[in-house]
Ligand binder design. Structure first.
Ligand code: MN3
Length: 257
């Protein structure tokens, strides 16, 4: 595994960089909004699988090596590949805007999903959502993670969720009750209030204007090899690898989102 990407790079990859706007302004966003570290290669599409800032066997306190490898190289890569196919289709449909299409982060596109052409909107929702969700997921875990929340996220959890134990219980309960595949999120809502929500499939909270502070993947592919049907055991173990410093960085990002 390479370690060329710092966690901050990974966080920047997932940053959304502009307020909600019509499709025209989506297409006129500044080139500085281009996702950091992603190649400008229109033939293969603008998005790339982010490298992980740790080895596949680094998170065994919660997730086994084989699950990590398959999850990253097959599942996440699959979303990126299909997202790029949709983006190439969009650039072909509107060649004059191709450069602007390439320059936008996936989170900016998801935030403006209602302005994406109808013919590719579902592809972007599913595969763009998958790319964004997993990029966030990798970035908020660490082999040095776990333990009690610190800093600003501790303040949020204590103030709005009655402390870490109550927060975990609500999060795990929400995850256990998610029917089928989906994600569990702590989000910052547009009114700046925090909430634990679950969403099906790869639907990103960003589509609804909610900033994802932290999230866990409850698709079976995320846990089945080690935990089989015991999803809540996976949810409980996951806290062993949560990187609270990275979560605090996301809270900072939410201020300017
Ligand atoms: Mn997944």
């Amino acid at each position: 595994m390479g370690n060329d990407f710092s966690r901050r790079d990974l966080l920047l990859k997932t940053a959304s960089l502009a307020a909600a706007a019509p499709f025209t302004s989506l297409l006129s966003a500044s080139p500085t909004a281009r996702v950091v570290g992603e190649p400008v290669v229109p033939q293969s599409g603008p998005f790339a699988l982010p490298e992980l800032p740790y080895a596949y066997d680094a998170l065994t306190a919660a997730i086994d090596e084989e699950t990590m490898r398959i999850h990253h190289t097959a599942h996440h890569q699959g979303y990126v590949t299909k997202l790029n196919e949709a983006m190439i289709k969009a650039m072909t449909m509107d060649a004059t805007s191709a450069a602007q299409w390439r320059s936008n982060s996936i989170d900016h596109i998801l935030k403006n999903l209602q302005h994406v052409p109808n013919s590719i909107r579902t592809d972007i929702r599913n595969n763009g959502g998958g790319h964004s969700n997993h990029s966030i997921f990798w970035s908020i875990m660490s082999p040095d993670g776990g333990g009690e929340p610190t800093g600003r996220i501790k303040q949020v959890i204590d103030r709005d969720f009655g402390g870490f134990n109550a927060f975990k219980a609500t999060f795990e309960g929400t995850g256990g009750n998610r029917f089928g595949s989906g994600w569990i999120w702590l989000v910052r809502n547009p009114d700046k209030r925090y909430a634990i929500i679950s969403r099906p499939n790869q639907d990103s909270p960003i589509i609804e204007g909610r900033f994802p502070v932290l999230g866990n993947d409850v698709w079976e592919h995320a846990y089945y090899l080690r935990y089989q049907n015991k999803r809540v055991d996976y949810l409980k173990a996951w806290w062993n690898v949560v990187n609270w410093d990275a979560v605090n960085e996301r809270l900072e990002m939410s201020d300017t989102w």
